[in-house]
Design a protein around this ligand. Sequence first.
Ligand SMILES: [Fe+2]
Length: 311
Amino acid sequence: MSRPERSILPEGAAAGTLRQTSVSHIAFRVPDVANAVDFYNRVLGMQVHSVLADGGFRLGWGEGHHVLDLLPGDKALLHYGFEVRDNGGIDGIRDRLTDANIAFQAIDDSYVDAAVGPVDGIVVHDPDGNEVHFHSAVCRQGEHSADTGRRPIKFQHTTIGTPDVPRFVDFFTAVAGFRISDQLQNGHFCWMRSDRDHHTLAVVDVGRGGDIDHYSYDLAEWNDFKAWCDRLTDLDVLVQWGPGRHGPGNNLFVFFDDPAGNHVELSAEMEKFHDDRVEYVPRRWKPIPQTVNLWGGQTPTWRKVDPEVRA
Ligand SMILES: [Fe+2]
């Protein structure tokens, strides 16, 4: 019997190159910036780091690198970023982009906070045209310590919606150096890692590109979910999905929306991968609701269930 392919999705030659790379920041246009800033301050405990030139605000925790840019306009994803702490990581991405004839630019100083030190980085576009930043290590003072129930530990992952999962996965594994952790059997959802966490980036087929499906912040532990759900209720923020536990990643989750309608996830207990000790083969999850919600099988209201799941 022949051995099955390692993955049903294309996993490019550079897969696994990045092992110390995490999400860094994300930027949205939102119709009401003041309302969104107030929301991220009250609900997620973020502080304004700086005022941006075109009427936007830069937010984060502590005095380190920022997490979120909010700029005025119709709801849109502006860019998403990764902090590459791997030795030679940025140079490697640069080389692979050059080999693949994909255009990129040096990261603009305006994306970097003065407090975090000099940064080497690039700006490139993913296969759907979304702007992606890869930058070198920055100081993140003030993160990685939760004020239980009031602010998460860190920005944890971004999940992008796309019409073409294989193309997206090929770019992030062949060029950027991510590795596939899990996938749906039908290839319509893929979870990718770039450090020990099961996924720092995921991609789901939503029939179109140009926006996130959701993005996620880490809580410390399960007990925090109780405090968060009660607090969200006190703040008149409705829970949109969960609490539950995902199959891929095994992480606990609960979802709510920001005022612009971006789906925000809180998660904990994400599976860790120790690639230096064992060779993992990406699993192939059934495209059924129980895959994304082991406890109850419900899917989020905004995400269509594959027609084959209904059969
Ligand atoms: Fe997620």
